[in-house]
Design a protein around this ligand. Structure first.
Ligand code: PLP
Length: 393
């Protein structure tokens, strides 16, 4: 028998895994499964980005780079942060990682001592609590009210802070809810963090996917005090359809970035060399493909909200960003005699062949997440089946 370290034994198996495995099995048996679980854009990486990576490879960019990434890319990231987010960094304040996920992982390793607390708003992206736990930290959950579009308030934040609190995570636009914090809301949260001197981990990976002309505000841009306490996390996966390239980054305090770079240097060495050249092309090249993708997501978003809200027993707030819809299915569950959203989702898959993500994995047991990173045709088909499932259960 293999004895495993406590560290890995404590990791919660992904709740979504069971659904995904079942969906695969049904598909292989020939069933027409509609997949609404995807966490990545359904578009190809734009051609000019692919071309840049191929060219880099052909020119010999196939060796190690500096652990924090190539200087050209770090400079381009600094320019992007200044241009888009109104925050000024030096390249020494930026570390390029193997995805935003890796940047977050290194960040928690770098700031959390055993027993330190990190405040995680509910609903949360599945990996935050696990990453904090793997750093021997303690996730402290604060639930955003559905009536407030699942966003937490300054008073809630203040009430959750103890003398062990190290940081709070702010993910706007949010996975799984699609919520976007306004400038005023962020000012309120930043004020509390400054007063209590806790770090703000600002995960801005869905920044480019905000609809109806709303603005994305980075909490780091609000004041010099907020800037000093914020670590900005961002990456290429979502805006440029580059999930498989594994390029993301963190920007913030220089000593912290150096510590994170040291962690990389002894674990991953560097982000894949030619992928970094692709990322450089993504930041410096045409943003037209991104605009086209966003317009398509927006069209689907409007259709999906309308169709889902037409189902009796299901209601959802309109997501303002990302490509997810977070729907409350508590009435639909009650009607069918369900108390567990995992079972509801499992039956939906087995009876109507629709795969979606139950909210339990995000800390929200009355909700489900639908991804609209799939064609309108598939979305319409999937939602029609959900309607049938609810009506017949
Ligand atoms: N943060 C959030 C909120 C996400 O949803 C994801 C991906 O699903 C990531 C970070 C990580 O993205 P990546 O590691 O591909 O850059």
């Amino acid at each position: 028998l293999m004895k495993l370290a406590k560290r890995v034994a404590q990791i919660t198996p992904s709740k979504t895994l069971a659904i995904t495995a079942k969906a695969k099995e049904l598909r292989s048996e020939g069933y027409d499964v509609v997949g609404l679980g995807a966490g990545e854009p359904d578009f190809n990486t734009p051609q000019h980005i692919i071309d840049a990576a191929v060219k880099a490879m052909e020119e010999g960019q196939t060796k190690y780079t500096a652990a924090a990434g190539i200087v050209e890319l770090k400079k381009a990231i600094c320019e992007k942060l200044a241009r888009d987010n109104n925050i000024t960094y030096k390249p020494s304040q930026v570390v390029v990682c193997n995805g935003a996920k890796h940047a977050l992982y290194n960040l928690f390793q770098a700031i959390v001592d055993p027993g330190d607390e990190v405040i995680v708003p509910i609903p949360y992206w599945v990996s935050y609590p696990e990453m904090i736990t793997l750093a021997d930290g303690v996730p402290v959950f604060v639930e955003g009210a559905e009536a407030n579009e699942f966003k937490i308030t300054p008073d809630q934040l203040r009430a959750a802070i103890t003398n062990r609190t190290r940081a709070v995570i702010i993910n706007s636009p949010s996975n799984p809810t699609g919520s976007v914090y306004t400038r005023e809301e962020l000012e309120g949260l930043a004020q509390v963090c400054i007063e209590k001197q806790i770090l703000m981990v600002s995960d801005e990976i869905y920044e480019k996917l905000i609809y109806d002309g709303r603005e994305h505000v980075s909490i780091a841009s609000l004041s010099p005090e907020a800037y000093d306490l914020t670590v900005v996390i961002n990456g290429m996966s979502k805006p440029y359809s580059m999930t498989g390239w594994r390029i993301g980054y963190a920007a913030g305090n220089e000593a912290l970035i150096k510590a994170m770079t040291n962690l990389s240097s002894h674990s991953t060495s560097n982000p894949t060399t030619f992928a970094q050249y692709g990322a450089l092309a993504a930041l410096e090249g045409s943003q037209e493909p991104l605009e086209m993708m966003k317009a398509e997501f927006d069209k689907r978003r409007k259709a999906v909200v309308k169709l889902m809200n037409e189902i009796e027993g299901i209601h959802c707030v309109e997501p303002k960003g990302a490509f997810y819809l977070f729907a409350n299915v508590s009435e639909a569950m009650k009607k069918g005699g369900y108390t567990d959203v995992d079972e509801w989702a499992q039956d939906l898959l087995e009876k109507e062949y629709v795969a979606l993500i139950p909210g339990s994995g995000f800390g929200a047991p009355n909700h489900i997440r639908i991804s609209y990173a799939t064609s309108l045709e598939q979305l319409e088909k999937g939602i029609a089946r959900i309607k049938k499932f609810v009506e017949e259960s």
